[in-house]
Write a protein that binds this ligand. Sequence first.
Ligand code: EPZ
Length: 422
Amino acid sequence: MDSIIVTGGSELNGDIPIAGAKNACLTLMPATLLSEDPLTLTNAPRLSDIKTMTTLLESLGTEVTSMQDGQVLAMSSHKLTNLTADYDIVRKMRASILVLGPMLAREGQAVVSLPGGCAIGARPVDLHLKAMEAMGAEIELKDGYVHAKASGGLKGGTVEFPFVSVGATENALMAATLAKGTTVLKNAAREPEIVDLAHCLQAMGAQIDGEGTSTITVQGVDRLGGATHRVVTDRIELGTYMLAPLIAGGSVECLGGTIDLVAAFCEKLDAVGARVEQTDRGIRVSRANGRVAAIDVTTEPFPGFPTDLQAQMMAMLCTANGTSVLEEKIFENRFMHAPELIRMGAQIDVHGGTATVTGVERLKGAPVMATDLRASVSLILAGMAAEGETRVNRVYHLDRGYERVEEKLSNLGATIERIKGE
Ligand code: EPZ
C-alpha cells in the first residue's frame, strides 16, 4: 500500500484546479441504466471510485469508453445483460447501491448486494428500499442481497424521508423518472449533487420540478433519451484545498470554485479570519491576519456545514487560537482522524458526536494512519504545517476521492511525495 510523506513548513502559493464532483459522478453514471441511448459525462474526476463504478456498470452490460485521460466518460446501456450487482464490487464502494433505482425502473427487477457498513458508520440502506416500495416495488432481502421486483413497472407515489438522505434521494429520483404517474419526494436532500443529477435527467427528457428544495416532484415518462452532461465542480475538494493556505500560510486560488457551492463553509472561514474572494477564475483564499481563530462547527445536510469537510476543518482548528467544538450530526463514527491528529500533538477530546479542540502553536510530524477518505486528507493538510515529516499510510483511501493530490499540492510549493507500497 502506498504512503505519502509530507514535510511541513512551506507556504502554499499559486493556482489549484478543482475537479468534477466525485459524489455527483457516482450518481450520474448509474443514470445511464435508465436509457438505451448514450450518456456522456464531461469534467469527470479521475478517481478509483469512478473506476469501481465503471466496473460495476460494465458487469451489467453498459459499455463505458473513457477519453481525455478519464475526464470524459461515454456510456451506452443499449442492452443490459445482467441484473445482479455483485457483492465483490458493491463491498468496495457503497455508492454501488445507486444502480438499484435505475435498474428497477428500466427492467422491473434488480438484485443488488447490500453494501455493508464502512469505517464511518453502519450506513444502512433502509430509506432506499422504502422509497422503492413507495413506488410499488416488492423488496426481499436474501443471502445479503436486495431482491427487488416491480412487475408492470414502478408506479408514481409519495416518498416521505424521515430524515435527509443524499443517496436515497438520488435512487428515488432516478427511479421516479420512468415510474407511471407522478412521484413526490418529501424531505429530499438539497445537495448540489442532487441538482446536478436532476439537470442531467432533465436533459435526458425527465420531467422534474423542485430540485434543490426539500420537495421534488417527478412526472414519469415512457422512456429517456441520451445526453451529454458536465459534472458539477467538487465542492468537497474545493473546501479541502481552500483550507490548505489557512493551515500552511500563503495564498491559493481554487480554479473553478464558486462560493454558492460552499456558502456555509465560507461563513465559518470568514469567522476564523480568512480572506475569501470570488475571482473570475475561482476562489482565492489566504489568512487575513496571522493565526486563525477558534470556532464551533456543527455538520448538517446542505445548505448546512458539510460533514465531508468536518475532518479537514478539524485539522485547521488544531492550531487555531482558542478552543473549538465540532459536532458531527450525520455519521455516528466520523472522528477517526482525531487520534491520528493527537499523535501529531493536537489537543482533542472526543465524547460521542462532539470533539473539543484546543489549539496549539504547532503540530509535530509523525507516522499516521488513514482510515477513511476525508480523514486521510485532513492528515495531509495537518502535515503541511507540522514541524518535520508526517508519513500518512494506507493512502488508497485518499485516491478514492482526491485526484493526483501530491501533484496538485507540490505545484503550490508543498514538500510532498508518494512512496509506492509493496
Ligand atoms: C453521501 O453518502 C455521500 N456519498 C457521502 O460522502 C456524504 O458524507 C453523505 O452523502 C452525506 O452528505 C456519496 O454521495 C457517494 P446519506 P450517503 O444517505 O448517501 C443514514 C465522502 O466522503 N442513512 O445522506 O450514503 C446514514 O447512515 C462520502 O465523499 C440511513 O440510516 O449519505 C447517515 O448516518 C462519505 N438509512 C445519514 O443517514 C439510509 O437508507 C446520511 O446518509 C440511508 C442513510
